[in-house]
Write a protein that binds this ligand. Structure first.
Ligand code: GDP
Ligand code: IMO
Ligand code: MG
Length: 445
């Protein structure tokens, strides 16, 4: 009798799960970095892009570096959506800021390979101008020890102009008369600011910038299209995959401010950054099997010993864009639970699990101590985050190479235990496990 009831119960759970899975298959998907960026979003977007009609990049600029590896070839992308290899419809929404030179180089790269991107750029996208980069570099220099660790690509200043209504939008940019008018009006103020506030001599002139940038504009003008409208019309008809840049803790408001980027990175921002109504999305939280951070700011589970160096070397933890060594540390449950609170993850995807192979022991921070008191909720105040003392659960490692394993069942016992422990601490199902940079190095759970 007991057996019969158990069977019925299990069947019910299975049916519910299957049903849920089928319903969720129809929902638009969104990829969000759960940590400080570089979680492997590019790889997962590339993998999921196979089943999508549209891939939409919705935030950030070329300070993002998303890597796709296919058949041994590496494709670092900073502005083109990571579905580019699938020849799908690629959309760049208004929440993105574009450095035209960099975008053109990416377009050219794929065009030369016989894969010209089928790209649409929203007219409201803001353009990163050379004076944004000068301001970024000057500010970082002036901040000295307090510097954010910005990539100095002008992204923050481009968002400043966008929010303060001084930006040059894509639609202005591709209209030579309007572009010239705006540039010639804005540039003298920027030059004055850089020279008077920071004491630099600005050599570039508005006519020089105009001559160079109008060429970029004429090459990009063919890509103009209303991304907001395309998405709003197709959201319930076509399969749409949204690609988030950066990571939850780099979010301009909810991250470890001011050691963040200048834009929102959490899932809800997609609605205003693309321009379509709030609705249910299937949110995938991408989590590296350990934690990394590049640039300044607190990092409670950071490793300062040999293990940190070993993980960094094995994981090739060097910035895709900046080439800087990334700081490495253990997984942090309170931090990831806050990421879930902010994003609403339906599933987690664990990446770079292969990097942990060979470590004798592994640790996961289950909670922290703050001023001697146990805290389970990751604090919002930066000075509190800086003082957190992690409390770890220690697990045994594994030595068997897992890079060629494609079924969860075949993973070494301790490796399965690490994943299961993480999943149960999070209380969110893990959908995929990545065990190598290649598209195919993925375990579907
Ligand atoms: P993103 O910014 O989140 O797209 O991540 P990045 O591309 O900046 O950094 C992730 C790096 O890890 C890239 O070099 C990827 O090719 C690589 N990568 C992704 N998944 C895996 C994995 O499962 N194992 C290993 N060893 N490398 C991976
Ligand atoms: P992806 O999309 C990792 C970090 C920078 C710096 C801070 C501010 O590849 O995961 P900014 O140039 O925005 O002024 O820099 O934010 N940062 C990232 N770190 N991955 C990223 O993007 C990042 N984007 C910004 O290193 O500390
Ligand atoms: Mg990256």
């Amino acid at each position: 009798m007991l057996q019969f009831i158990t069977k019925l119960f299990l069947e019910r759970i299975y049916y519910k799960r299957k049903y849920k899975k089928e319903i969720y298959m129809l929902l638009p998907k969104i990829i969000i970095g759960a940590q400080w960026g570089d979680e492997g979003k590019g790889k997962i977007v590339d993998y999921l892009a196979k089943g999508a009609d549209y891939i939409v990049r919705f935030n950030g600029g070329n300070n993002a570096g998303h890597t796709v590896v296919y058949k041994g070839e590496k494709f670092p992308l900073s502005l083109l959506p990571s579905g580019v290899l699938w020849k799908k419809k690629l959309l760049i929404a208004q929440g993105v800021v574009i450095n035209p030179k960099i975008l053109l180089a990416e377009i050219e790269h794929f065009t030369k390979r016989g894969n010209p991107p089928n790209l649409t750029i929203d007219p409201r996208v803001n353009i990163v101008m050379p004076y944004h980069q000068l301001l970024d570099a000057a500010t970082e220099e002036a901040k000295g020890a307090q510097k954010v660790g910005s990539l100095k690509l002008g992204i923050g200043y481009c968002y400043e102009d966008r929010n303060n209504r001084e930006g040059i939008r894509f639609e202005d940019f591709i209209n030579p008369k309007l572009f010239k008018e705006k540039l010639f009006a804005i540039f003298p103020q920027k030059k004055k600011r850089i020279e008077a506030v920071f004491g630099y001599k600005v050599k570039m002139t508005a006519p020089d910038i105009y001559q160079e940038y109008k060429k970029y504009a004429s090459r990009l003008s063919r890509y103009k299209g209303d991304v907001s409208s395309i998405v709003a019309k197709n959201i319930n008809k076509k399969k749409i995959l949204f690609e988030g840049a950066h990571g939850t803790f780099l979010d301009a408001n909810f991250g470890t401010y001011p050691y963040t980027t200048a834009v929102n990175t959490i899932s809800g921002s997609v609605f205003s950054f693309v321009g379509f109504p709030p609705q249910n999305l299937m949110v995938y939280g991408i989590v590296k099997a350990y934690t990394t951070r590049v640039g300044g700011g607190p990092f409670p589970t950071e490793l300062f010993d040999e293990t940190g160096i070993q993980i960094g070397d094995k994981g090739v933890e060097f910035g895709t864009v900046s080439k800087r060594r990334r700081r490495c540390g253990w997984l942090d449950i309170p931090m990831l639970k806050l990421a879930n609170e902010l994003n609403g993850f339906e599933y987690l995807v664990v990446t770079k699990l292969d990097v942990l192979t060979g470590l004798k022991t592994l640790k996961i921070a289950t909670h922290h101590f703050l001023n001697g008191k146990k805290v389970s909720h990751f604090p919002s105040l930066l000075s509190d985050v800086s003082k957190l003392q992690p409390h770890y659960r220690t697990l045994s490692g594994w030595t068997q190479d897992i890079a060629n394993i494609r079924r969860f069942h075949d993973l070494p016992e301790n490796c399965k235990k690490y994943i299961k422990t993480f999943e149960s601490l999070m209380g969110i199902p893990i959908r995929f496990i990545s065990v190598g940079p290649e598209r195919s190095a993925l375990i579907s759970v």
